[in-house]
Each structure stands twice: as C-alpha cells, then as structure tokens.
Design a protein around this ligand. Sequence first.
Ligand SMILES: [Zn+2]
Length: 82
Amino acid sequence: MGNLDKVLGICSVCKSIRISDESKIWLKEEDNPELYNRFIKKYEGKLSHTYCPKHFEEAMKNLDTSNSDPVWPLEMPREYLR
Ligand SMILES: [Zn+2]
C-alpha cells in the first residue's frame, strides 16, 4: 500500500469531500450519499478538514474583514467645521 499517507479532504462548512486530487472534484453527501459514505468509510480517521473552493473563498473574505480595523465614526475636528 503506497498511499498510507493519503487523506480525504472534507469541507468544514458543507462537508463536501474532495474525491479527486487531480481534477479537484468535490462531492456533497446529498449528491450521491452511497458514494459519499463509501469514501468516508474508506478514509475513516484520515479526514483532513479543509474548505471546498466555494467556502475557501468565503473564509478568505471573512478573514479579510476580521483583520481590518473596525471603522468607528470619527469625530469631526472643530476647526474643520468653521
Ligand atoms: Zn464547502
């Protein structure tokens, strides 16, 4: 067995699994429960939590907003109003 280190990528958000490394195919349980569960069983204990392309994008967006400083309403300097 040459693929002992193989892990199954599973999306932390929607639980889609990456069933092909080369073609980056993601499978949702509702798309094909039988195939999905076959993969889950085969890779039991070798699940690697990650994000599918869609949720990866969303996670990156959330990261951006949480990293930026909150924009507080600034008090207008008095000199500026005169
Ligand atoms: Zn996802």
